[in-house]
Design a protein around this ligand. Structure first.
Ligand code: HEC
Length: 204
């Protein structure tokens, strides 16, 4: 599907640029340069995966299903209950994930180590689609649409690393430029008396 236009950065992205975004937003890291071994290896692997695939056509499994929002809006208390009962065993009560031999085996869903405020997953609608299709791991499709929204909203009502596109150090300006109209999200919104979007610094 690449090169392709992306609304996120308002330009045509090469496949390499698209992957670099994953490093910066989904993984909250630093993207390897386009001529690095890592980028070449990932590109080569993708090229092999695409053997005989049609060009420019959506293949099954691409993108997440669009889940209609609950009629009365999402409910953070219901989301918390679902999270505690069905998700915390793997992702941790504090959303911190779980490591084995120093590497994450279950990803953190908020806090340091999680995807950042610029990741697509910070949109509640996007997370609801992913969760409905894939979570709890091995039981995809078991949550109702409303449950997927409630638990997605609960996860995304927690603090996480800052949006790397932060404008002039201002949550307000960043919200205006990148988050308003970008699906349903809580960046710059006040939840339980605390303004979200302040970001989290790497612990010492
Ligand atoms: C049995 C363990 C397990 C359970 C239970 C589980 N998950 Fe997961 N979850 C995982 C694993 C493993 C991944 C990483 C999957 C991957 O990378 O393909 C993941 C990934 C995720 C992600 C994506 C994180 C990211 O950084 O992109 C979200 C969001 C998520 N899970 C939400 C949930 C929710 C909500 C529930 C409860 C309804 C849940 N999970 C239950 C194991 C679990």
């Amino acid at each position: 599907m690449y090169p392709a236009y992306r609304k996120k950065n308002n330009k045509v992205n090469t496949f390499t640029e698209r992957k670099q975004c994953c490093f910066e937003f989904s993984m909250n890291g630093k993207a390897p340069s386009s001529d690095s071994h890592v980028m070449k290896a990932l590109g080569t692997y993708a090229y092999w995966l695409a053997t005989k695939a049609p060009v420019g056509e959506n293949l099954p499994g691409r993108l997440y299903p669009v889940i209609p929002a609950p009629e009365k809006g999402f409910d953070l208390a219901k989301g918390k209950q679902i999270y505690v009962e069905q998700c915390s065993i793997c992702h941790g009560v504090e959303g911190q994930g779980q490591k084995s031999l120093g590497a994450f085996v279950f990803p953190p869903l908020w806090g340091w180590g999680s995807y950042n405020w610029g990741a697509g997953m910070h949109r509640i609608n996007t997370a609801a689609g992913f969760i409905k299709q894939n979570m709890p791991l091995g039981k995809g499709g078991s949550l109702t649409d409303d449950e997927a929204w409630h638990v997605a909203a609960y996860i995304n009502s927690h603090e996480r690393p800052q949006d790397p596109r932060l404008v002039d150090g201002s949550i307000e300006k960043t919200r205006k430029k990148y988050h308003e109209g970008d699906g349903v999200n809580l960046y710059g919104e006040t939840v339980n008396g605390v303004m979200l979007g302040q970001g989290i610094n790497q612990p010492d």
